[in-house]
Design a protein around this ligand. Structure first.
Ligand SMILES: Cc1cc2nc3c(=O)[nH]c(=O)nc-3n(C[C@H](O)[C@H](O)[C@H](O)COP(=O)(O)OP(=O)(O)OC[C@H]3O[C@@H](n4cnc5c(N)ncnc54)[C@H](O)[C@@H]3O)c2cc1C
Length: 389
């Protein structure tokens, strides 16, 4: 395999103490019933998430994964891992700023100019500006390089026209990290660039998409002659493909996997509770199935840690990112129906999303699509890990 692993899974006592401090802080700062109190997508939810981003910053946790030179903690891989684990286990909110912090910021640190870093990084860290990822289009999902939203250089600025779709949280965000075609003659991967587009600019229309679970996690985003200054080009002109690939690795990385890990653990715990209440339900989740499910879930943080250490050593984590994404989507999808059956009809009536196994089941259909489908992850693994052509 193309990556090296230097890891020691023993967590030092000071990192464990750090974990205890974070846990106590979350418990003191997150209302127990926040998912009921602030229904997803409501104005109260948006404010609550933004407030959480600011709290993370004030407590010094927003930059847990950032190097010191950009205002982060420069924490060791072990400490980052402990942090991600505690956040996942305690069911802490992710904050509206999670995409900015986890995905956009590392890209700006690597590919942004010093001016862009000064302009964009502090508001992300402090929870003042929020980012959405505008990649997918009606005609470009898995084959992202076929995208047709275009940006033309006219009079020293870009004019952007086209449509994006499935943009998570677009209606609540300030900035779009937008992939655009800047050279229509070049081969498709070579004519793409990345732009920071203000989502409240004239010419941007955001239309939320209503889902089967009654929520609107994502939206369609339309660009009609949207003016974007030249200095908002991130990375080289027509060199956006490499930037986009780096971004996807962060999207499929440690923190996303850890929050999936927490969701799955919680689902299994409520299935166990249901079986304890009605032992006959164990026909849906017998000891063998349960053992396999637990093992699959426990493997997620281990692979996540390997991914993190590869990333920190400057290695290419693409294969591991695909393994991790495939692993947690598979585990979730394969067992969600089993967990749903074990918890029974009552699960459909629960209001609280974290507890509702029905919503957990519905969401399991989406996890093998968002962030790149399972087939695409398998293609990456086949080519890059197994060397198949
Ligand atoms: C919950 C969720 C959140 C999302 N958030 C965002 C977001 O914030 N920003 C954003 O830009 N996008 C987002 N997306 C969109 C997501 O990235 C795309 O849906 C995904 O990349 C698949 O693209 P598609 O829907 O066009 O399907 P298609 O690419 O049309 O795929 C259709 C089917 O064909 C299969 N297929 C396609 N190509 C191949 C191939 N080469 N080999 C084998 N099988 C193949 C796919 O696996 C799939 O089963 C989100 C999606 C979901 C579900």
């Amino acid at each position: 395999m193309g990556y090296s692993i230097h890891m020691d899974f023993t967590v030092a006592p000071e990192d464990l103490e750090f974990g205890d401090r974070v846990r106590a802080w979350v418990e003191a700062n997150v209302p127990r019933d926040w998912t009921i109190e602030y229904p997803y997508g409501s104005p109260e939810w948006v404010e609550f998430q933004k407030d959480w981003d600011r709290k993370l910053y004030q407590a010094g946790y927003a930059g847990m994964f950032w190097p010191r030179e950009f205002g982060g903690t420069g924490a060791s891989p072990e400490r980052r891992f402990v942090f991600a684990q505690v956040m996942a286990e305690t069911g802490a909110p992710e904050g509206l700023g999670h995409l900015g912090r986890r995905v956009v910021a590392p890209i700006l640190m690597t590919h942004g100019t010093p001016e862009q870093q000064r302009r964009f990084l502090p508001p992300i860290l402090e929870g003042r500006e929020f980012w959405a990822q505008c990649f997918s289009e009606p005609g470009a999902g898995s084959d992202l390089a076929s995208l047709s939203t275009r940006a033309e250089l006219v009079g020293g600025r870009f004019l952007v026209n086209g449509q994006k779709v499935w943009t998570s949280n677009a209606e609540f965000c300030d900035w779009g990290f937008v992939l655009v075609r800047t050279d229509r003659q070049a081969p498709k991967h070579a004519g793409i660039s990345c732009l920071a587009v203000p989502l409240r600019a004239a010419g941007v229309t955001i239309r939320p998409i209503r889902q089967i679970n009654r929520q609107s996690d994502f939206a369609e985003v339309f660009f009609d002659d949207v003016e974007v200054p030249l200095e908002n080009l991130i990375g080289p002109l027509n060199g956006g493909w490499r930037v986009a690939v780096t971004l996807l690795n962060y999207e499929r990385g440690l923190e996303s996997a850890m929050s999936r890990f927490a969701d799955q653990r919680r689902a299994v715990e409520s299935a166990l509770l249901a079986i304890r209440e009605k032992p006959e339900r164990d026909r849906y989740l017998d000891a063998h199935a349960l053992g396999r499910l637990q093992a699959e879930i426990l493997a997620i943080p281990i692979v996540a840690m390997r991914l993190l250490s590869t990333q920190l050593e400057g290695g290419d984590p693409s294969e591991l990112a695909s393994v991790l994404k495939l692993q947690h989507s598979n585990a979730w999808q394969r067992d969600a129906s089993r967990v749903l059956l074990a918890t029974g009809q009552a699960s459909m009536l629960k209001r609280e999303p974290a507890e509702s196994q029905f919503l957990f089941y519905l969401m399991s259909r989406a996890v093998s699509i968002g962030g790149g489908t399972s087939e695409i992850q398998r293609n990456v693994i086949a080519k890059r890990v197994l060397g198949l052509t």
